[in-house]
Design a protein. Structure first.
Length: 233
């Protein structure tokens, strides 16, 4: 069995009480010995209690961001990265749409020397409306144009929220160019690709984007506006 002691799994949460314990059990199954940081942006349900009561894995840490001045998924992820002590980290959603069974594949690619490993959606099991498909497609095309014009690193799914990387290169970028990230936004990977000054080795792992059985989507008009605003940052 592989040792995952060099990996920290970062899980941003906001009102994910129904899914979080299931996810923690899955992480214990697929990446034993990995550390977990649940970075919470001010949940008002039982997310915090459910994480703290989880006794199956002593490596789980709850990062309470409820009193932070800036809220957003990107801010939550960056805070967790700065507290990560392992050489590698992986970011995934709490709602189980990112399959935990794929984590060993990400870890294997990191150990091969890749700087960034990105989950590429092969199939979306959840039925998206035409409106959501259009927004997703438009955001991806515009984002890739921006990255190409700036001669930046690119991957197939620049909107992915399922990715792993070397902790050191992210910490260095955050400390030097945190202003390049849209902290209130939800597209932390895109912000990283846009801000990182050097070419890096990128690998992709295909996965099926699962059904949302718990919680609700956080995407709204404000989040969409923040993304399009970030294109010019």
């Amino acid at each position: 069995m592989n040792s995952f002691s060099n990996l920290t799994v970062i899980v941003p949460t906001l009102n994910e009480e129904k899914a979080i314990q299931i996810l923690l059990e899955e992480l214990e199954k697929y990446v034993p010995e990995a550390k977990v940081i649940v970075t919470d942006d001010g949940s008002f349900d039982n997310t915090k209690q459910n994480v703290i009561s989880f006794e199956g894995n002593l490596n789980v840490k709850f990062l309470d961001r409820s009193k932070k001045p800036v809220h957003g998924l990107t801010a939550s992820v960056l805070d967790a990265i700065l507290q990560t002590e392992t050489p590698y980290f992986l970011v995934m959603d709490a709602d189980l749409q990112h399959p935990p069974k794929k984590l060993p594949e990400f870890y294997e690619e990191l150990n091969k020397g890749f700087d960034l490993v990105v989950g590429k959606r092969r199939k979306v099991k959840e039925k998206w409306s035409f409106h959501r498909k259009l927004i997703s497609y438009s955001a991806t095309i515009l984002g890739k144009i921006v990255l190409s014009l700036r001669n930046k690193n690119k991957c197939q799914d620049i909107m992915s929220g399922f990715f792993a990387s070397k902790t050191e290169i992210w910490k260095d970028l955050i400390q030097k160019k945190e202003q390049k990230f849209t902290l209130e936004g939800y597209k932390v990977l895109f912000d990283f690709l846009k801000a990182f000054p050097k070419k890096i080795r990128i690998q992709e792992v295909e996965y099926d984007f699962g059904h949302r059985d718990y919680g609700s989507s956080k995407i709204n008009k404000r989040i969409i506006w923040l993304y399009f605003k970030s294109l010019f940052k």
